[in-house]
Design a protein around this ligand. Structure first.
Ligand code: G4P
Length: 526
């Protein structure tokens, strides 16, 4: 038996390709959970213009995202923690790291666009960790793809088995509602963007005449045929397969109209996993272990240059976290206590006295933390599952103001600690190379260096587009490889050698030439 505090926690993220409706769904969850009263309270996280000043302005308006980084609320006796992820693709790595801190996800798919590029990438990250996924097919009020075609597309492209829990009646202008297969009830669609309306008709089964009060005979006929087919093809929901990340329950709805959300939320709290054990390099850490442990998955800087402090977000993995108690910072090998840890309920933050596995606490930080850092009650632990991925763009840092060299170095060091981008050092000359997923990250670094550190740099684009972490069982062979390929080798922040390459072809050639070297696409290979 888990501790009731652990049992009641559900920590998850809502993820989607930009514009599928992640923000809208998040907001509607808060609305249903009673955490906010009207729609419009959650600010959009949009930086579609790929423009730094817009991006920074959005961050600032959002209260520097801190308020919405974690949104906790109570619903039907459960404590729900929604972890926010950035929508912009250039910040995908931030999203991947946030996914390391959740126990499950809700993936939103736009019924008009189907599976999009970002949807596939996010799903592959979920698969790496066997994260349980529930799929919400959104925008059913619009003319989209046929439901069966959509399910086929999702199953194929996302490589996961599906099990629909509700079935739509019509679509677009003919959309009447959804039939809940799970609860045998009809949920009638009314378009209402701001309030929670409850139009649910309970029926015994699809032969119940009561259905004809709401649907035409033809619609009932189609619904019967389709649900029969759904039952035949997809069968009953196997919750243990869902929990292993092998099967995704599917819901249909329209987030903007509050439609289909309650069924989704009610099923979510029933089936979504509570916090589970976590793998550390040293051992498996049980969630009900009496000793506290947790790791930092996100660091948020205060964009106001007058207040340089940052907030490190700590996911609690085991035990109980307490304010003002000394904890052990594994990497720095020192004890620290926190007088003002923050808790997040809806979009308010408040002082937290104690927190439990699954919770995320915000710790004020003056530069002690790096992504992946672990706090414990004294044991040296390193949690797995927070790797760096290969960046796509590599640029060398060129100092534009020699009088501010120190500030530049500090800025680059701290920004990469925060995980804004990755830093590689190349020889000769200790050249600093920044690797990022997209151009916007470089703009953000430039902007922040100038505004927060008073330093200026220029980025010189290199031809590389891939990085591979290299290891070998034979230490000598690795040393030899690093020496031979020195002009393509960078060292990451942990001191690991990384081979930088222009394309996959080059990597394949090098692999062939050096059979004793292993090439890893992420920084986690132990
Ligand atoms: P994101 O966070 O995944 O990027 O998506 P977001 O919720 O911001 O939604 C993207 C757009 O889709 C928004 O329109 C939103 O109103 C719309 N949307 C969300 N859910 C539904 C739905 O169920 N049906 C329909 N028809 N539209 C939906 P926008 O024009 O970009 O923004 P706004 O002007 O509405 O705020």
């Amino acid at each position: 038996m888990l501790h009731p505090e652990i049992e009641k926690r559900k920590t998850f993220a809502i993820i989607s390709h930009p514009d599928a409706g992640k923000t809208t769904l998040t907001e509607k969850f808060l609305l249903f959970g009673g955490a906010i009263n009207t729609a419009g309270a959650v600010k959009r996280n949009k930086a579609n213009q790929s423009n730094t000043s817009d991006f920074m302005e959005i961050e600032r308006q959002r209260g520097i995202s801190v308020a919405t980084s974690v949104m906790g609320f109570e619903y039907n006796g459960k404590r729900i923690n929604i972890l926010d992820t950035p929508g912009h693709k250039d910040f995908a790595e931030d999203t991947y790291r946030t996914l390391s801190a959740v126990d499950s996800v809700v993936l939103v798919v736009d019924c008009v666009k189907g599976v999009e590029e970002q949807t596939e990438k996010l799903m592959s990250v979920c698969r790496m960790r066997n994260t349980p996924v529930i799929i919400f097919i959104n925008k059913m009020d619009r003319e989209g793809k046929e439901p069966f075609d959509l399910l086929d597309e999702i199953e194929q492209k996302l490589n996961i088995s599906l099990c629909p829990q509700s079935w739509p009646i019509g679509q677009g202008h003919t959309f009447k509602g959804v039939y809940s297969i799970y609860h045998n009830q009809l949920n009638l669609f009314h378009s209402d963007k701001t309030k929670v309306t409850d139009s649910v008709v309970k029926v015994n089964d699809l032969n119940d005449d009561a259905l004809l009060d709401y649907l035409q005979e033809k619609e009932v006929g189609t619904l019967k045929d389709e649900t029969e087919l759904v039952n035949g093809v997809y069968g009953d929901l196997d919750i243990s397969m869902y929990k292993e990340g092998l099967l995704a329950p599917v819901f249909f709805g329209s987030a903007i109209n509050n439609f289909g959300i309650k069924e989704l939320l009610d099923t979510f709290i029933e089936i979504a996993p509570s916090p589970r054990h976590r793998e550390a390099e040293e051992r498996d850490v049980m969630v009900d272990d009496k000793n506290f442990s947790g790791f930092v998955f996100k660091i948020h800087a205060n964009l106001d240059p007058k207040h340089r402090d940052r907030i490190a977000f700590l996911r609690i993995c085991s035990g109980k976290f307490e304010r003002n108690k000394f904890y052990y910072h594994t990497r720095q090998d020192k004890k620290m206590k926190f007088a003002n840890p923050m808790d997040f309920m809806a979009n308010e933050k408040s002082l937290v006295e104690e927190a439990w596995p699954g919770d995320v606490v915000g710790l004020y930080d003056s530069g002690n933390f790096k992504i992946g850092d672990t706090l414990t009650e004294g044991e040296k632990l390193h949690f797995k599952g927070i790797p760096s991925f290969s960046p796509a763009i590599f640029k060398e840092v060129e100092n534009m103001d020699p009088m501010r060299t120190k500030q530049l170095e500090k800025g680059i060091e701290q920004l990469t600690d925060e995980g804004v981008a990755q830093l590689f050092v190349m020889q000769p000359g200790n050249r600093k190379v920044v690797g990022a997923v997209g151009e916007l990250q470089f703009e953000v670094i430039n902007f922040r260096l100038e505004h927060e550190y008073g330093a200026k740099c220029r980025f010189r684009t290199l031809t590389y587009s891939r990085s591979r972490w290299v290891t070998s069982d034979d230490k000598k062979k690795l040393e030899e490889f690093v020496k031979r390929k020195q002009q393509h080798i960078g060292t990451d922040k942990e001191g690991n050698p990384v081979y930088l390459s222009d394309n996959d072809f080059m990597i394949e050639m090098t692999k062939r030439d050096y059979p004793d070297i292993e090439f890893h696409t992420t920084s986690e290979f132990k």
